[in-house]
Design a binder for this molecule. Structure first.
Ligand code: NBP
Length: 487
């Protein structure tokens, strides 16, 4: 370990990178950087966190302790690289401006927080006008990932990535020798992709929750039996971090009551906002992300504890029988989970394609699948398949149409229908399973009732329509003789 005092750091610019914001994420990333042989300047608004890090983990590598922002900036080799890991929103803006005033042309400011991508677009523009490189980097993997290897999604000028990339790639997770970090694209693209990643994470968790609920309520399995089912699923094509930890959480017994921990946790799911951002952005872009949307709404519904308590006695009106063949129903639920997961990812990748088009980012979906294979919360075997699909056809219209996924979904579609039908018959909510199936049915339908919607819009608002049999735009004179005119 080498630690410099504040006095030294003002005279020796020797750190390859600085980290400001040393709460759980920042301190673990600083340690990860130091463990990989980089000299890291440390800064936090208040010095308590800096000192705590050095006291507990100073042996992790070469750190430069600083107190003021001036000392911090002076401790960095040029071009300077600073990673900001503070609370997203106003605190991030405050730190960026403080830093920008002290930095010089060509220096690099990296925002590794969970910033909204439109903020990143704005910040990148402001910083480029000051000749500074601004990189908005989505970082996934939570506190453990930050220390042991996260998935990193940096967006910003290519020139900044050229000098920063090797450093970030050195601390990211690696799968098959490849880093889970790549230059995503210009300005806000890194944070946009991270946002969609989080949205998919919401959908994944909701689908897992629905599968658990069905196994418990429809089939009557015990929590421990369901843990075993997830453990088993984790050795097949559902293999993923979230399925793995589902088995862990379900196996946990509460020390106080002896009950499964899941039975003593209040069933109100929190959210920090990235799922909501994903859905808002999808609405603006006109992309149906029904799986993610249902997951966000399901969390909102779960949190309405008073309203739920008041509605508890509402009639269920069940019309179905509980399944009797355990093995076959478990297999149906697995198929429904897999198919719905394909839909959630297909929709997420559609949103990435739409964002890329809207903002001119030229994003490569296969690259996202590659860097999500390790380090991040949605890491899964499945992502290798997605990468292969985009390798084979970079212009894939929908992930659902890639031969592997098409076969998998077509093979499981009857199971999927049985699961949704059983759930509806028994009154067990499966919003993500059901909406994913409806999306699938909508996508594959030759004709949709949207023709009637167009007719209605034309009737009350003269919004016009197009015909299937000839070119042009038409309007029916509904309040006159109902003849058709060209609009
Ligand atoms: P927090 O999001 O809890 O932020 C705490 C840090 O922000 C502290 O260092 C604090 O300094 C600093 N800070 C605040 Br609050 N206001 C400030 C201001 N006005 N000026 C300067 N510093 C200020 O920390 P975190 O959970 O480590 O997350 C850091 C970033 O990483 C966030 O953007 C978060 O969304 C993102 N992220 C978190 C996770 C995760 O799993 N937690 C995962 C991925 C990304 P102080 O010590 O002086 O109060």
């Amino acid at each position: 370990m080498t630690q410099s005092s504040p006095g030294d750091s003002t005279t020796t610019a020797r750190a390859q990178i600085g980290v400001t914001g040393l709460a759980v994420m920042g301190s673990n990333i600083a340690r990860n950087l130091a463990r990989h042989g980089h000299t890291v300047a440390l800064h936090n608004r208040t010095t308590a966190k800096t000192d705590a890090l050095l006291e507990k983990h100073g042996d992790d590598g070469d750190f430069v302790r600083t107190e003021t922002m001036e000392e911090f900036v002076a401790a960095l080799e040029k071009p300077r690289r600073v990673l900001i890991m503070v609370k997203a929103g106003d605190p991030t803006d405050a730190v960026i401006h403080e830093l920008a005033d002290l930095m010089e042309d060509g220096d690099v400011i990296i925002d590794g927080g969970n910033s909204l991508y439109t903020d990143t677009i704005r910040r990148e523009k402001e910083m480029s006008e000051r000749n500074l490189n601004f990189v908005g980097a989505g970082i996934s993997g939570g506190e453990v990932g930050a220390l042991e290897g996260p998935s990193i999604m940096p967006g910003g000028p290519k020139e900044a990535y050229d000098s920063l990339g090797p450093l970030l790639e050195s601390i990211s997770a690696h799968v098959d020798g490849e880093p889970c970090c790549t230059h995503i694209g210009p300005d806000g693209s890194g944070h946009f992709v991270k946002m969609v990643h989080n949205g998919i994470e919401y959908a994944d968790m909701q689908l897992i929750g629905e599968a658990y609920d069905l196994l418990r309520r429809a089939l009557g399995l015990s929590v421990e039996q369901i843990a075993d089912v997830f453990r088993d699923w984790n050795s097949g094509d559902l293999e993923s971090y979230l399925v793995e930890i589902t088995a862990e959480v379900l196996s946990q017994t509460d020390a106080e009551t002896g009950k499964p921990l899941v039975d003593v946790i209040v069933d109100a799911a929190g959210q920090k906002g990235t799922g909501r951002w994903t859905v808002k952005s999808a609405l603006d872009l006109g992309v149906p992300v029904t799986g993610i949307g249902e997951a966000v709404f399901a969390r909102a519904l779960s949190s309405e504890l008073e309203q739920r308590a008041a509605a508890t006695g509402l009639k269920a009106g069940t019309i179905g029988e509980k399944p009797t063949d355990t093995e076959s129903f478990v297999s149906d639920v697995r198929a429904a989970l897999y198919a719905s997961k394909v839909i959630a990812y297909a929709q997420g990748f559609d949103q990435i394609a739409a964002g890329s088009e809207e903002y001119g980012w030229d994003l490569h979906p296969g690259a996202m699948a590659t860097i999500w294979r390790g380090g991040c919360i949605i890491r899964a075997q499945f992502l290798n398949r997605i990468r292969d699909a985009y390798d084979e056809d970079p212009d894939l219209k929908s992930l659902l149409l890639a031969p592997y996924f098409r076969d998998a979904v077509e093979e499981g579609v009857e199971s999927w229908r049985r699961v949704v039908t059983t759930a509806a018959g028994l009154g067990i909510p499966v919003p993500a399973f059901a909406s994913s199936l409806s999306y699938y049915d909508g996508l594959r339908s030759e004709r949709l009732p949207a023709a009637l919607t167009q007719g209605l819009r034309d009737f009350f608002g003269a919004h016009t329509y197009q015909r299937v049999d000839k070119e042009g735009t038409f309007h029916t004179l509904w309040s006159e003789d109902r003849s058709e005119v060209e609009a």
